[in-house]
Design a binder for this molecule. Structure first.
Ligand code: SF4
Length: 337
């Protein structure tokens, strides 16, 4: 399937069936921690990138296959910024009616200053915008937004949306060591959160390869400090194990391209996601695809991640042959980055 994936385990949404309404890396930010690499070029033009009926048809197939009892939420989560899809409001309404399931939208929140975007999102049961900075300088440093945006406009959009929106507003703060985890930076973010008054604050950490090599995961002490400064509605999100569901009838090459296109994955995670195939054959095919530039390998935090060839990460290393699986397991037994 091109737009619908999962259900996948989500740190906030249980078993989540994902719908991706934008092409890879269509975004108005270029966050330093983005797991899809740098955004080149940035775009801020809302468009109907794909047809609503094509996405609904895929969602209907997935719902038939898995059954709505097995799915907790339908989540719009893009390979970029979801609200750049100009027919998002209709899509949310159709999906809700068709499935009878709650719908969540993950967004960077940049377009909430637009009344039409706030109206479209009002149909969702939960909206999960990001807020990683409490000042314009930090906003520019972390999110590297399109030239159309200012920090104040971003905050005003969040505040306006909160006033109008009756669903669940869960703001996500990505914490980055030495960048926004100092006491001053945390108090700046807390001041903005006080204005927004979200229902919950989710503190997350990079679990996939960040766009920039120098981005570091914060310490447990930093996470606890953030949680205490942000107050009672804040909680730290713990990483979950990743296994992306694939279709049995798919060819191995297509299955690999599908799983790594949305989530850069470690070798062991790719193998878990492709449990229908022999692991040795999966590793061989991964390497062949990388050697022919159909996928890429990126190293971060001492781990190798396989990702789409269309991503742009600085510091990419040449690909080598895969290590035997028993060695890979020995070297890195953790499935969550
Ligand atoms: S993390 Fe999200 S908002 Fe930031 S660049 Fe990546 S896709 Fe865009």
């Amino acid at each position: 399937m091109k737009h619908v994936f999962g259900p996948v385990p989500s740190r906030r949404l249980g078993r989540s069936l994902g719908i991706d309404p934008v092409p890879l890396k269509t975004c108005n930010y270029s966050c330093i921690y983005c797991q899809l690499g740098r955004t080149k070029p940035l775009t801020n033009k809302r468009k109907a990138f794909f047809s609503v009926s094509a996405m609904l048809a895929e969602a209907a197939t997935a719902l038939d296959r898995h059954g709505s009892d097995f799915i907790d939420w339908i989540t719009f989560v893009g390979s970029g910024e979801t609200t750049l899809f100009s027919r998002l409001g209709s899509l949310i309404r159709f999906v809700k009616t068709m499935s009878g399931l709650p719908v969540a939208v993950i967004t960077n929140g940049s377009l909430l200053h637009l009344p039409e975007v706030r109206t479209e999102l009002s149909a969702a049961d939960a909206v999960l915008p990001s807020l990683d900075a409490g000042t314009d300088t930090m906003y520019a440093k972390i999110n590297r937004p399109h030239a159309d945006f200012s920090f104040e406009q971003n905050v005003d959009g969040l505040v306006e949306f909160r006033k109008e929106y009756t669903g669940k507003l869960w703001v996500e703060v990505m914490l980055l060591s030495g960048v926004n985890d100092t006491p001053d930076a945390l108090w700046d973010i807390a001041a903005v959160l006080d204005r927004v008054e979200p229902d919950e604050i989710h503190i997350s950490t990079p679990t996939r390869p960040p766009a920039e090599e120098w981005v570091e995961v914060p310490s447990r002490e930093s996470l606890e400090r953030a949680s205490s400064i942000f107050g009672g509605v804040a909680r730290v999100l713990e990483p979950v194990e990743v296994a992306v569901e694939t279709e049995v009838e798919e060819e191995l090459v297509d299955a690999i391209l599908t799983v790594v296109s949305r989530h850069p994955l470690q070798e062991i995670e790719v193998i878990r996601s492709l449990a229908h195939w022999v692991p040795g054959r999966v590793l061989e095919t991964l390497t062949t695809l990388a050697e022919s530039s159909k996928i890429r390998v990126i190293e971060r935090y001492g781990k190798r991640f396989w990702c789409s060839a269309d991503t742009q990460f600085p510091g990419q290393k040449p690909i080598g042959r895969p290590k035997p699986l028993f060695f890979a397991r020995h070297k890195n037994t953790s499935l969550s980055a």
